[in-house]
Write a protein that binds this ligand. Structure first.
Ligand code: AMP
Length: 105
C-alpha cells in the first residue's frame, strides 16, 4: 500500500506544496510544530533513514541541497532544525523517509 506521502506525490490527496523536482517534493506539515514546518520527501518510497544504502544514498545529499535552497528562499536559513525521526521507537509515524525542517524565525 502506498504511503500517505506517495498519495500526495501522485495527487491522490491534497497538500500545500512548497517545491517539487524529479526526485523530491517539499510540503508544509499538516500539524506544524513551529512557525515554519516543512517536510522534504523523496519521491522514491524509502521507509526510514535506516534503509539508506549505497544504491540510494544520493538522495540524502539532494534532500540537504533542497533544504539549503528552500530555507534561503523562505528567509530562515540562519536558524532552523533539520530532523529525521527513525523508526517507530524514534517517533516516526509515516514510514516514508522525510526530513523535517522547523524554524520559528
Ligand atoms: P514523523 O512522525 O517523523 O513520521 O512525521 C510525520 C509528519 O507528517 C508529522 O509531522 C505529520 O503532522 C505529517 N503529516 C501527516 N500527514 C500529513 C499530510 N497529509 N500532509 C502534511 N503533513 C502530514
Amino acid at each position: 500500500m502506498s504511503s500517505i506521502f506517495t498519495k500526495i506525490i501522485e495527487r491522490e490527496i491534497p497538500a500545500d506544496i512548497e517545491y517539487e523536482d524529479e526526485d523530491v517534493i517539499v510540503i508544509h506539515d499538516i500539524a506544524p510544530q513551529a512557525k515554519h514546518h516543512l517536510l522534504i520527501i523523496p519521491k522514491k518510497e524509502i521507509a526510514t533513514l535506516d534503509d539508506i544504502d549505497e544504491t540510494n544514498e544520493y538522495i540524502l545529499r539532494h534532500m540537504f541541497e533542497v533544504a539549503r535552497t528552500i530555507t534561503r528562499k523562505k528567509g530562515i536559513s540562519q536558524g532552523y532544525k533539520a530532523q529525521f525521526n527513525v523508526g517507530k521507537d524514534g517517533g516516526q509515524e509515516v514510514m516514508h523517509l522525510h526530513l523535517h525542517i522547523l524554524s520559528d524565525i
